[in-house]
Design a protein around this ligand. Structure first.
Ligand code: FEO
Ligand code: CA
Ligand code: CA
Length: 573
């Protein structure tokens, strides 16, 4: 690892000399390029290449890096998945496909995460895919149910519940094509009915094992190679418990699915970070990480194996959190903090040490269940919908997408950069600044998922909502369909925002995840045709299969360009 750090530092020092200096500084910020902090478990999973020899970094190689000029895609409103020259895709799996004789792939795929079964073979492993929510129109159509939301049968609700959660599928790459291994013993579904344990010493609403997971948006990976899947807009399914001025709980009905009318599950069982074992499917909800609309959970392992977990609450004026464990490899023992980005302080959501929390809540369990209220009592900074979070592999800075906050006239969002004091991930102070703002000047709007590739290029997706895209009179018209962008770290395009993929109509591109060898980008195409009112006249037909309706699907993006972008791989790192 030390060798990798050293070599990365040399490469970036060398490339630095050729950069447009302004772009370089704006990208890397103030940190020294010597502080390289790539989480080893992100690079070690299946990456079989050998470390680069310093003498291999010749001027020829550096010149080659600089020559990478990417011809970005223009914005498009076409109903297709369009890719820039040098990239191509194939569909790995789509909604309704059989993964075994018993199970099918769920709806609205989001976060993806690939873990090789054997570290020596990066082309054979288990793919986790989140299924965030369902579109009742399509579930009803494919299963012969009514589309009248007031007349749903229990069988229809069960079908909806089956189609959220997540899928584990074994996939293999042969001759450049990733394919699922049907009926592989590891293939399984986790659904809104799968029993899931709470990783906590106390019951919540009388239960220590709860029914299912839902609203699974983005996620993460642990250093011990398990999947994390995050429950985001949980209140759409079983509603929420709100507290009146007297502190009395009131049930706020779910705004969309109405599952509480069919199953007696309390809202408090949802809104958590969930960990799934790839091989057994065993799952647990991590109560210590708090309860809110978790977009994602991004982990960093400290030298003493304690864990730092960053997670954002994707809702207007909600907050950014970090958990720091007190024991190695624990997501239970430790302290949850919330960010005061104005003063650069992490505020402890800790009942024992915070009298203001003791006045309002009876114990730490209540603090964690009602984390949003506790955060506000402590003075946490309201943010414009914190979504995905990634750690810059070169500088160790933490990047956070702030999608938008229309109520505050922030229509295009921005990417926030957090620099922990002295580069220490368990620091209690930090500085925050805007890395890049959305808008026509930078060519993107509403940043959502982020992914750094092996060379430190930043890839990100956009999430303009379907009912505002391509609409006259809306601020999103110029951006056309949602897209995938990259900000190159090297070459003549360093620091520019380049569109590399354009989504089908109404869709959002989600869950970007690089294969261990850096040669494939797994990507979800979520909710194509979401604005459809008439099933016989859908707004999208992607991926153009025999059913003639749109289907969410996971694709593999490959090609010369990805391999070029991952230049360090070419240098045998
Ligand atoms: Fe499910 Fe915040 O995106
Ligand atoms: Ca998202
Ligand atoms: Ca989003």
């Amino acid at each position: 690892m030390k060798r990798l750090i050293f070599v990365l530092a040399i490469i970036f020092n060398l490339v630095h000399m050729s950069y447009n200096r302004r772009q370089f500084i704006s990208f890397l910020g103030k940190a020294s390029v010597g502080t390289v902090l790539f989480p080893h478990y992100l690079t070690s999973c299946g990456n079989t290449s050998t470390p680069i020899k310093v003498e291999d970094i010749t001027q020829d190689r550096i010149d080659e890096l600089r020559k990478l000029i990417l011809k970005a895609l223009p914005a498009s409103d076409r109903d297709d998945l369009l890719l820039v020259d040098g990239l191509n895709y194939h569909t790995i799996i789509k909604w309704g496909d059989n993964i075994s004789n018993k199970e099918t792939f769920g709806f609205n795929n989001d976060f993806t995460c690939f873990i090789p079964l054997d570290e020596s073979n990066p082309k054979d492993g288990l793919l986790w895919v989140n299924h965030e929510y369902i579109n009742p129109l399509y579930i009803a159509h494919q299963n012969g149910f009514t589309n009248d939301q007031t007349k749903k049968s229990i069988a229809q609700i069960d079908k909806e519940m089956y189609n959220v959660g997540g899928s584990i599928v074994r996939i293999k790459e042969e001759n450049g094509q990733w394919k699922i291994v049907k009926n592989d013993p590891y293939n399984r579904r986790i659904t809104a009915k799968t029993p899931i344990k709470l990783n906590w010493d106390y019951k919540i609403k009388g239960k220590s094992t709860v029914m299912g997971t839902l609203a699974n948006c983005s996620g993460g990976i642990t250093p011990w190679q398990t999947f994390l899947t995050c429950e985001e807009n949980y209140d759409g399914f079983y509603g929420e418990t709100l507290y009146d001025a007297n502190g009395e709980p009131q049930h706020k009905e779910s705004y969309y699915y109405g599952w509480e009318n069919y199953y007696d599950n309390p809202p408090e069982h949802y809104g958590w970070v969930v960990e799934v074992d790839p091989k057994t499917g065993n799952a647990q909800k991590h109560i210590a990480l708090g309860r809110f609309a978790h977009e994602c959970c991004t982990l960093y392992e400290l030298e003493d194996k304690r864990i730092v977990a960053y997670t954002g609450d994707d809702s207007n004026n909600e907050h950014l959190y970090k958990f720091v464990s007190s024991k190695p490899n624990s997501l239970k023992e430790g302290v949850l903090y919330v960010a005061d980005t104005i003063n650069g302080k992490w505020l402890a959501l800790d009942w024992e040490t915070q009298p203001i929390l003791q006045e309002k809540f009876k114990d730490q369990t209540q603090v964690l269940i009602r984390a949003r209220e506790a955060a506000k009592l402590l003075g946490a900074t309201p943010l414009n919908r914190p979504e995905d979070i990634e750690i810059d592999p070169i500088t160790g800075h933490i990047f956070v997408s702030l999608t938008n906050n229309k109520r505050k006239n922030d229509f295009h969002g921005s990417i926030l950069k957090i620099e922990e004091s002295e580069g220490k991930f368990d620091a209690l102070t930090f500085s925050a600044s805007t890395f890049m703002a959305g808008g026509e000047a930078n060519g993107f709007s509403c940043p959502d998922n982020l992914a750094f590739d092996h060379s430190g290029n930043l890839w990100f997706t956009s999430d303009m909502s379907g009912n505002a895209m391509n609409k006259d009179g809306k601020p999103y018209l110029a951006f056309k369909n949602n897209s995938l962008f990259v900000i190159p770290r090297f070459g003549d395009d360093a620091g520019k925002v380049l569109r590399v993929a354009s989504a089908p109509r109404d869709a959002e591109l989600t869950g970007p995840w690089f294969s261990p060898d850096g040669k494939t980008l797994f990507l979800s195409v979520q909710h194509p045709g979401e604005q459809t009112k008439d099933i016989n006249n859908p707004t999208s037909k992607w991926p153009f299969d025999k059913d003639n309706i749109p289907k969410p699907a996971v694709v593999a993006i490959t090609g010369n360009l990805i391999e070029k972008m991952n230049r360090l791989n070419e240098l045998n790192i």
